[in-house]
Design a protein around this ligand. Structure first.
Ligand SMILES: CC(C)(COP(=O)(O)OP(=O)(O)OC[C@H]1O[C@@H](n2cnc3c(N)ncnc32)[C@H](O)[C@@H]1OP(=O)(O)O)[C@@H](O)C(=O)NCCC(=O)NCCS
Length: 155
């Protein structure tokens, strides 16, 4: 392979997000979503003791992030995005694997998320990591009233 970043052993550095990263997060967020989270929404997750917020970095530059919150005894995946220039290289998978390893063996029942029914790539990614569809929220997304698939992975 000519591109070293596509070698199988390439791995981003994964580390907890800090407030100083939010500006970089917002750049990727706006490239990834039609209804991006605000700065305050990211800051709100970072201050919660019940959230795990991780960034993926390459040479110090943020290329992706994952925001997860614990509600009662379930982990809710709230936000996951990768810089479009760095997609299809396993960054999202490695963020999720890092998070799953950090939370393995806890008392939580499992992990859940909502994803647009049209988001085939994300659905495939979650399925590869052991999530399965267990329901639909009709008209969940405000912009186009698209349905959400509810996915779960048992702990
Ligand atoms: C969904 C999203 C987070 C996936 O991020 P990603 O880093 O591209 O995901 P991964 O690389 O881990 O996996 C995606 C694909 O890349 C492939 N891939 C993984 N490593 C690879 C490598 N080294 N070389 C080539 N392809 C690779 C995977 O096999 C997978 O392909 P498949 O879907 O055909 O099976 C990203 O597309 C994104 O930010 N989308 C917009 C926001 C969004 O929809 N978030 C999810 C909301 S629920």
């Amino acid at each position: 392979m000519s591109d070293p970043d596509r070698e199988p052993q390439w791995r981003p550095e994964i580390a907890p997000l800090e407030f100083a990263h939010i500006d970089q997060v917002e750049v990727i967020e706006k490239l990834s979503y039609g209804m991006p989270w605000s700065h305050a929404m990211f800051a709100g997750e970072l201050i919660k003791s019940s959230s795990i917020c991780l960034g993926a970095f390459r040479l110090g530059r943020m290329i992706g992030y994952l925001i997860v919150s614990r509600y009662a005894d379930d982990w809710h995946i709230m936000n996951l995005a990768v810089d479009p220039a760095w997609r299809q290289r396993g960054v999202a998978r490695q963020l999720l694997e890092n998070f799953l390893a950090r939370t393995a063996g806890g008392y939580e029942r499992g992990y859940t998320l909502e994803v647009r029914v049209s988001n085939d790539e994300a659905i495939r990614l979650y399925e590869r990591l052991g999530f399965e569809a267990r329901g639909v929220r009709r008209g969940y997304y405000l912009d186009n009233h698209e349905d959400a698939v509810i996915m779960w992975k048992d702990a």
